[in-house]
Design a protein around this ligand. Structure first.
Ligand code: CMP
Length: 144
């Protein structure tokens, strides 16, 4: 069993496509075990994306990620990191496969609607960045 962090970014929230994205997660059998709306400060966005701090897009990315509310979720399932990344599609929506979230909804390489952890190590860091243990459910009724 694996966990991953999912974010519906400020572009997705402001365009009212939370429901459409969550429906894709549910239809793909990715279990949501935590969910909340946040609005990151610039500092919080910089801390979250610290691995990208030397990249040319860092300033623009952290400005965008702190520009409005975002929805953060924890997903759980077998091989969920890869399964969710496959469902998101390539970072650049132009390269994303048909049927993926980014192919369907993204408008820009930066405003690409969703984020997902890329490894078990980053998932552990990213989940801990937003959630404490009381905010993550232990199991879902269907799994009881
Ligand atoms: P995400 O999966 O959240 O990881 C880093 C983010 O940086 C990426 O999605 C995009 O929102 C943003 N970004 C902007 N420009 C680029 C780029 N040229 N390459 C990769 N990521 C970029």
């Amino acid at each position: 069993m694996q966990r991953t962090l999912s974010i519906i970014k400020p572009d997705g929230v402001s365009r009212n496509i939370i429901g459409a994205v969550v429906q894709k997660l549910e239809k793909s059998g990715l279990n949501i075990i935590a969910m909340k709306m946040i609005h990151m400060t610039r500092k919080q966005a910089e801390g979250f994306y610290v691995v990208h701090k030397e990249r040319p897009f860092f300033a623009s990315l952290t400005e965008f990620m702190s520009s409005g509310p975002a929805l953060v979720m924890v997903l759980e399932g077998e091989n969920v990191i890869t399964r969710y990344r496959d469902l998101m599609g390539a970072t650049n929506y132009k390269d994303a496969a048909e049927g993926t979230i980014r192919r369907e909804f993204a408008t820009d390489i930066e405003k690409n609607v969703v984020h997902g952890s890329d490894s078990t190590e980053s998932a552990a860091f990213e989940i801990g960045y937003f959630f404490n243990s009381f905010e993550i459910v232990k199991y879902r009724l269907s799994e009881k």
